[in-house]
Design a protein around this ligand. Structure first.
Ligand code: SF4
Length: 384
């Protein structure tokens, strides 16, 4: 299970990518000093037309707290300038909760005694149809990270099936080589999400005890491999609260920014999940990072990456999600269940990955979006 393997190493079968971006992100993260910024640094950042990495760092620092209202106001202007009143709706579908990794904070980890389940093609088709019937046109397919239980062919078949029901298909599965991403792309997927979880390599090693996920660099370079495999867009995220959240937010933004510069055609998204309670051995305190800190991080992301989609997860309360849509967040999930196979029957499901705090249906989230004067967009892609 690769327990004890150096987290900064690759396994022999893993495709390696030049490490220029990783080295830059890790060096900058290590140098980030939250106490080094003053109110004057924050004001300078807020006055600049184009936020530099230094300005981004200042907006993430405690010195920016008194400026939170101003940050949200500026972020809202940026969001309106680039996205108008559009808020994009999607839902995740969990295909399988088998996992070969031992991440101490996650209920799906291979040591946890949970009900494991994997959708067979018939059940998958029923779930996809039930979700499509809600009117959604974008879906995100997820699995636990088990190439044995859900191999590339299984995921490719799921992508092809999903493309018959949805205009846009994204995947959030284990990191792959670029030829495997190319296969998923040919099967109908256009977007790949990979969370780095934390950009602190030491903490990463402490949290990811076994499995292929233990390789930090292989995970770090997943977005580049996905883009080399032909994917149209990639999403980034740190699980805020696993390590120093300001440094991890800084690293996430910088990683996304550098990928955008290297692959200018890529569509970039950022997710902002906070650590959430789950049936795990690691005591979890979701209060480590509060809603005000999350608001600050989202505003800083928006000002540093004006064109990036920002996704707000169902790990957050409905009231908080409603507060950030259209201001910073441009994508919101609805009708979410993190169990396996629960969209159709609501029963006989594999156990859930984490608790969700906003279980509203697609119709309810649509009403919430519209009541704020925003437009709930199902999809705007046209395939030629
Ligand atoms: S976080 Fe992902 S890889 Fe880790 S145990 Fe959970 S499902 Fe598996």
């Amino acid at each position: 299970m690769m327990r004890g393997m150096d987290p900064m190493a690759y396994l022999p079968d893993m495709e390696a990518i030049p490490e220029d971006i990783m080295n830059r992100v890790l060096t900058s993260r290590a140098a980030y000093n939250e106490g080094a910024f003053s109110g004057a640094d924050v004001e300078r950042a807020l006055q600049s037309d184009r936020l530099s990495a230094d300005g981004f760092a200042a907006l993430l620092s405690p010195a920016a707290r008194p400026y939170l209202e101003e940050m949200v106001r500026r972020a809202t202007e940026e969001t309106r300038r680039h996205f108008g009143s559009s808020v994009y709706l999607f839902t995740p579908l969990y295909l399988s909760n088998y996992c070969e990794n031992h991440c101490v904070y996650c209920g799906f980890n291979c040591r946890n005694q949970i009900r494991r389940m994997k959708l067979d093609p018939q059940r998958m088709e029923e779930e996809l149809r039930a979700i499509a019937d809600t009117g959604l046109e974008e879906i995100l397919l997820l699995t636990g990270e088990s190439p044995a239980a859900s191999d590339v062919e299984y995921i490719a078949a799921a992508c092809a099936m999903a493309r018959r029901h949805f205009k846009m298909v994204g995947v959030e599965v284990y990191p792959m080589d670029s030829r495997e991403y190319a296969h998923l792309h040919e099967s109908g997927a256009d977007f790949v999400t990979v969370f780095q979880e934390t950009y602190d390599p030491i903490r990463y090693g402490e949290l990811h005890l076994a499995g292929r996920k233990r390789s930090f660099p292989y995970r770090f370079h997943a977005q580049e491999r996905a883009l080399r495999g032909g994917m149209r867009g990639v999403a980034f995220g740190a699980l805020l609260g696993l390590a120093d959240f300001r440094r991890d937010a800084f690293a996430t933004g910088l990683h996304a920014h550098l990928i955008q510069r290297k692959y200018p055609h890529a569509e970039i998204s950022i997710s902002c999940p906070r650590l959430c309670p789950a049936g795990t051995e690691e005591p979890i305190d979701p209060q480590l990072i509060g809603e005000e800190e999350l608001l600050q991080i989202m505003a800083a992301y928006r000002l540093f990456l004006p064109y990036a989609n920002l996704t707000i997860s169902t790990r957050e309360r409905a009231q908080f999600r409603d507060q950030v849509i259209g201001r910073m967040a441009t994508k919101i999930s609805a009708g979410v269940s993190t169990g396996i196979g629960s969209h159709v029957s609501g029963e006989d499901t594999g156990d859930e990955q984490f608790e969700i705090f906003d279980s509203r249906t697609v119709a309810e989230v649509t009403i919430a979006i519209q009541s704020r004067g925003l437009e709930a967009v199902r999809n705007e892609y046209v395939y030629l």
